[in-house]
Design a protein around this ligand. Structure first.
Ligand SMILES: Cc1ncc(COP(=O)(O)O)c(C=O)c1O
Length: 468
């Protein structure tokens, strides 16, 4: 078969990436069908007049994501892709056995859930009811465009105390989730067809938005103390998205020297740093880590916050702190955009914060999550010993385990048979390395202490006898 993709050398996107995207689209849209034989690397190299490396890298990526299959002595073939898997997230990586009906699952280490037992439901309901009870005109109207002033004042006070962020309420834009925040930022900074650097691996929820907004992604490798700033300095990135207080999903903290160097990069190049402080409240050892924004002296950090971890994901409440000049630009460029979060939810949250309930809730939750986290680490030590390595163990609502002698898929499958569900972090890589298949991710926010212990015991019983 001959294929003729349209490759443009003048684009900043590398040729291998253009070729990869082209073939992937052809397969997804059914123009290249399962069982079709692809041209060999040599043939395609000659046909497209590109380097062998270009074709090899594109093919390798497509193979690791399951689009192509290499059969020794036979060639490279379009792989079978089941229709229901044609979903943007599942598409990218080999199919993980994560979709077994949850009725058989007794312990689910799903990431993203929060503790419901200690949730102050009564107080929250009262705030909701009080918000609706304040029968003023606002109840019958749209929200203030950038968010309710009462809530923005509360957020501004809270961030100063808890995260060292200095901001005025006027710099705050209320949004309905971090993805909404990211899409708005891409449009405001005109990042379409520009390069955005992101951590590799990193949060797929944000990466997908950046891709969908038409940006080129520059995946930045991680080092022990966070992303490689050297890589950012060499990139053409106009913006960099980071999770400095608790890297997602690996959990390391961006070191102070890297923070200063990243800020210097932004000051010198005019690039922006987009700081996602999604779970900065939950640190269990050592001092709280101040935000990167608190070090920013030239207004180059855009700060993203969310109530999804600190409160509830279902309120769909998050916010952006813009540098003042960008906020002015936002008000001008997006003057007709309505606020997407209900003013009722915003007012209720403002009341919840004013009453001191939010702070109490955070303190209670931090203690609660700390207990769960300790239980998780202890149970792993006790039941898994040296068969696994714990990664990112000081904060947040999840950890990673590096496995020995068993692959992620095998462990997930075995775990499901025993009623415990663990997750693969493979989709957080844009270009998954082979060792990406030796981690599992355990979210523990929504599990009880008993469930955590039981889940670890069950998983441990699936590990091979000697992991070394
Ligand atoms: C890195 C990161 N940022 C942000 C969020 C929260 O996103 P949202 O505000 O859309 O709930 C999550 C949730 O899983 C996350 O892992």
């Amino acid at each position: 078969m001959e294929i003729t993709p349209f490759l443009q050398r003048e684009l900043p996107e590398p040729l291998y990436s253009q070729l990869y995207h082209w073939i992937k689209k052809e397969i997804e849209e059914g123009r290249l069908l399962p069982g079709m034989k692809m041209p060999s690397i040599r043939q395609l190299t000659a046909h497209l007049e590109v380097s062998r490396n270009t074709v090899e890298s594109a093919y390798q990526q497509l193979q690791s994501e399951g689009y192509l299959e290499s059969v020794p002595k036979s060639g490279i073939w379009v792989a079978e892709i089941e229709k229901p898997l044609l979903h943007p997230i599942e598409l990218k990586h080999p199919v993980m056995p994560e979709c077994k009906p949850s009725s058989d699952v007794r312990v689910d280490f799903e990431y993203g859930n929060v503790d419901l037992d200690k949730f102050p439901l009564k107080q929250w309901k009262k705030c909701l009811s009080d918000a609706v009870g304040q029968e003023n005109n606002w109840l019958f109207e749209y929200s203030e465009k950038q968010g309710e002033s009462a809530l923005k004042r509360e957020i501004s006070n809270y961030l100063l105390q808890s995260r060292g962020v200095r901001s005025t309420p006027e710099q705050i834009l209320i949004t309905a989730g971090t993805q909404t925040s990211m899409a708005l930022i891409c449009r405001l900074l005109a990042l379409r067809e520009q390069t955005v650097a992101i951590e590799e691996p990193g949060y797929i929820g944000v990466r997908s938005v950046i891709e969908d907004e038409g940006c080129y992604i520059d995946p930045v490798p991680l080092e022990k103390d966070g992303l490689s700033v050297e890589h950012v300095e060499r990139s053409r990135a106009k913006a960099v998205y980071v999770t400095p207080s608790h890297q997602f999903p690996f959990g390391m903290i961006l070191s102070i020297s890297k923070r200063m160097r990243l800020l210097k990069w932004a000051y010198q190049t005019g690039g922006y740093i987009i700081e996602d402080d999604y779970d900065g409240e939950f640190r269990y050892q050592g001092q709280p880590i101040p935000s990167l924004k608190s070090l920013d002296e030239e207004e180059k950090v855009i700060y993203l916050g969310t109530f999804s971890k600190s409160f509830l994901p279902s309120v769909r409440l998050s916010y952006i702190i813009f540098p003042p000049s960008l906020m002015d630009q936002y008000s001008r460029n997006f003057a007709v955009y309505n606020q997407s979060v209900s003013p009722i939810i915003q007012r209720a949250m403002a009341l919840f914060m004013q009453s001191g309930e939010f702070e109490r809730h955070i303190r209670r939750m931090r203690k609660m999550y700390q207990r769960k986290h300790q239980t998780l680490l202890k149970s792993i030590e006790q039941h898994m010993g040296t068969k696994v390595k714990i990664i990112g163990e000081k904060s947040g609502l999840h950890i990673l385990l590096q496995l020995k002698g068993i692959s992620t898929i095998e462990l997930i499958e075995k775990g499901l048979q025993k009623g415990v569900k663990a997750y693969s972090p493979i989709r957080f890589w844009l270009n998954p390395p082979p060792e990406g298949n030796s981690y599992i991710m355990l979210g523990f926010g929504g599990l009880s202490i008993d469930e955590i212990e039981k889940g670890v015991r069950l998983l441990a019983s699936c590990l091979p006898e000697t992991g070394d």
